[in-house]
Design a protein around this ligand. Structure first.
Ligand SMILES: NC(=O)c1ccc[n+]([C@@H]2O[C@H](COP(=O)([O-])OP(=O)(O)OC[C@H]3O[C@@H](n4cnc5c(N)ncnc54)[C@H](O)[C@@H]3O)[C@@H](O)[C@H]2O)c1
Length: 359
């Protein structure tokens, strides 16, 4: 066992590559002029903004937070004072009327995301909303169509796609050294939600708050259309549990267990490839690859595995994906380049969530 997967470039290099798997990231060139910083309005100053998005945004020299928006003035002003932002607004409509921003980053309830995205698209301002971007697929279709028509860059906060170890998996698969995925298994269990959120049913709350992450990741890792769906589920007083089996047109079999019955968050992603290798990522931390590339001096490849794990000191936003997704979005907002996932990219995920709900 070694601590390094030689075939995978360091994650910093991955970020600087134009096309890593399904994650297009604009390259940064040395000496690139960052003088034209983009002005960002942050909308919704609750836990997600305070704990994850703002700390990541504040490390990014290419943008400046020019305004905070939240109808809860006391909370908004307290945060504005802490980070030195001068402008505060009660609503996105006021922010857009003032014209103080080049892009919007929002973390609010989904009903607010719908309104914020619609207003930003109408004003032709790039907009990033946390998941879930909408309560229903029909609304998401409307928003995606409006964005496509106006050519506005949109983004949805699906940080698992951007987590450093997930990008490392893409890099390993794209290297061609391990064949292609044949079976993808995800176990994603958490302790919430156990009560309804956002005025939605408990099942819809669970799907939009929790299951959206692993369903989206499964679709992204497999790529291509789903041709077969099998759902099992339990919704009870101790939480919700969903079992999902997906058959993809590519032949890949996807399997997911997602629940809110656990005592804490646990995540395990396992990919078996056509070369017989297995990639296993636990807790978005340790990635172990068994089989595949074996140094010739090892001889018999049986029992050989390689692993990568972050430094115990790495508690940063790159590992969780919150940093990388916002860097990529802000660059897309500045240049008009594509960002993924945008609103339209979430439609396949929403359709699977609907299948789970309809079952
Ligand atoms: N990607 C992730 O892993 C992750 C993790 C946690 C939360 N989230 C998402 O982040 C979002 C926010 O979650 P939270 O825990 O911060 O919620 P929160 O309740 O702590 O904060 C939401 C804030 O939005 C404000 N708000 C509501 N409507 C508004 C509007 N129309 N305009 C401006 N502000 C408005 C509220 O006043 C509140 O301050 C949710 O959509 C949640 O799903 C994502």
């Amino acid at each position: 066992m070694t601590n390094l997967i030689a075939a995978a470039p360091p994650v910093r290099d991955i970020q600087q590559t134009r096309d890593v798997g399904h994650l297009p990231v604009e390259p940064r060139t040395a000496g690139e002029d960052l003088a034209d910083t983009i002005r960002v309005g942050v909308v919704g100053v609750g836990e997600q903004t305070a704990n994850h998005l703002l700390p990541a945004l504040l490390t990014m020299p290419e943008l400046r937070i020019t305004a905070l928006v939240d109808p809860l003035r006391e909370r908004r002003d307290a945060l504005a004072t802490r980070i030195g932002v001068l402008s505060g607004f009660d609503s996105v409509a006021q922010l857009l009327a003032e014209g103080e921003v080049d892009a919007i980053v929002a973390a609010c309830p989904p009903q607010a995301h719908e309104q914020i995205a619609a207003a930003a698209i109408a004003a032709r301002v790039p907009v990033f909303v946390e998941k879930p971007p909408a309560t229903t697929t029909a609304t998401l279709v409307e928003l995606a169509d409006a964005a496509a028509e106006s050519g506005v860059v949109t983004g949805v906060g699906m940080n698992f796609r951007w987590a450093a170890p997930v990008r490392r998996i893409h890099a390993l698969l794209d290297s061609g050294a391990y064949g292609h995925p044949t079976v993808i298994t995800i176990r994603h269990v958490a302790s919430k939600p156990r009560t309804p959120m956002w005025g939605l049913s408990l099942l819809r709350s669970f799907l939009l708050a929790q299951a959206i992450h692993p369903v989206d990741l499964l679709l992204q890792l497999a790529g291509g259309p789903v041709i077969d769906t099998h759902v099992t589920r339990q919704v009870g007083s101790t939480g919700t549990m969903v079992g999902l089996q997906l058959g993809f047109a590519s032949g890949i079999v996807g399997s997911l267990i997602c629940g809110s019955q656990a005592t804490r968050f646990e995540s395990r992603i396992e990919i078996t490839t056509s070369s017989g290798a297995t990639m296993c990522l636990t807790r978005l931390g340790e990635l172990t690859v068994t089989g595949g590339l074996v140094p010739p001096e090892i001889g018999d490849p049986r029992g050989w595995s390689q692993s990568w794990r972050p430094s115990p000191l790495d508690v940063g936003f790159d590992r969780t994906g919150f940093g990388a997704e916002l860097v990529a979005f802000s660059r897309a907002a500045a240049t008009g380049a594509d960002f993924s996932p945008g609103l339209a990219d979430l439609l396949p995920t929403y359709r699977i969530l609907d299948r789970i709900e309809e079952r």
